[in-house]
Design a protein around this ligand. Sequence first.
Ligand code: GLC
Length: 528
Amino acid sequence: MTLNVRPDWWRGGTIYHAYVRSVHDSDGDGYGDLRGLTERVDYFAWLGISALWMSPIMPSPNRDWGYDVADYCGVHPDLGTLDDLDQLIAAFAEHGIHVVLDLVPNHTSSQHHWFVESRSSRTSPYRDYYVWADAKPDGSAPNNWVDDTGEPAWTWDEVAGQYYLHNFLDAQPDLNWWSPGVHDEFDRIMDFWFDRGVAGFRIDVANGLYKDAELRDNPAHPRAYIYDTEIQGRYGLQHVYNFNRPEVHDVYRHWRHRAEARRIVPLLMGETWVSRVDELAPYYGNDDELQLALNFPFIFAPFEPQALARVVADSVAAFPPTACAVWAGSNHDLPRLATRWAEGDSRKTRLAHTILAALPGAFVVYYGDELGMADSDIPAELHRDPLTAGGLNGQWPRDNARAPMRWNSSVGGGFTTGDPWLPVHPDRAQNVEAEQADSTSVLQLTHALIRLRADHLSDTATRYTEVELTGQRWVFDSGPLRVTANFSETAVDLELIGTPVLSSRTIAASTTERLDPWEARIERRTTT
Ligand code: GLC
């Protein structure tokens, strides 16, 4: 393996988020797979990414497409084998690209042997691996917690004679992190993957894990949201006793400590789905917990300079000075940024990419976003996601952001020779082949931005400084770079202060002292 590792490679780096089933299918079964990714390694090397983060690859009954793990130390047969993973890791390492897996420590599949044994008897050694509780005297559930679908988070189990907790589907029982056995299992699981050359984990539901020891009722929330900036108000409850518990920080300090002891320090990136920056910052600890905590307040901010800049400034102020922020605009659970933020306007998509990539820290690109991919409108009868099928409780159908990627304009999009598991993205013109050939495409812009980050933002000392925030104009410094963004339909003046580097519109270095509507410009400052 030729991976030449800089510590903190994620600083100024770009993490490519591959929803594995939708990137490239090597064997014509309609599902993207590990070999498919390896076959495309030259593309990822050209794009310039630092890491490939793969959605869960472990064996799973796929009630939640791998987020219901049945075996933490294997590969799902639809996606390949452990050998295929070894080959993928080696092939990406040749190009200096790290491989990051998705780890799901909050819950397992109900088919995991731990759960099967746990429910079988009160004396099973696995009994305390899960959150079991007796019914209330009237037979009802132990408390008022609801799961991600808005239904009671407790299911009665006849065999066990108790209720079990699931913060997601009933097929995803929550693990009990009060059990020392669970801690040991995850130490072993992480070592297993690190020993295979995996460079880190994205930690699913990283703000979950611990639940209140007394299982107290959650207090009511004055308003019932589905997805909004105030995420904790979902379904009319404040989810204070089943999420975001203080004990979870011990887990991350322990994992970080173990990570630091390895020759090549792995990345721990949390899916820290919290509403506010002050709830997010503690996941960095004193820079001794997670190295990256995904910033949902930023993702949920409206596409307006005041709102985005406020989250950035608050984050930078709240995080420990040595910590590294991480910026993303899309993921597999939400509408894509080209739809949610840009509303289909490619000028806005390009502006969003430029801002995300120019901020100091790590930058996450969700597969297809580099092409400017918007959501698909997949007919309800073709949906494959049980959690949001049929618009369950008003949730947005996640399948629309999971359409297979287009590599060319053919019927199968170069994604598969068979029947794709979800319809290939309908925009035939928006594909890798065409956009690589077009010097002004969104793909070429993303490519240029990724190189620019690597060249200028990888220093630990790289800082964000707000320079100006007036009306729809946001000017900030990011290390040596000056970024000026125009969030409006009106052209605005720009006073050049350094060496022009890039325009979000043309990709070229522009010397005009005028910003077009929805244009961002990057200069390199000549004075600091
Ligand atoms: C995370 C994942 C999501 C999954 C859920 C339950 O939020 O991103 O896709 O459904 O956890 O595992």
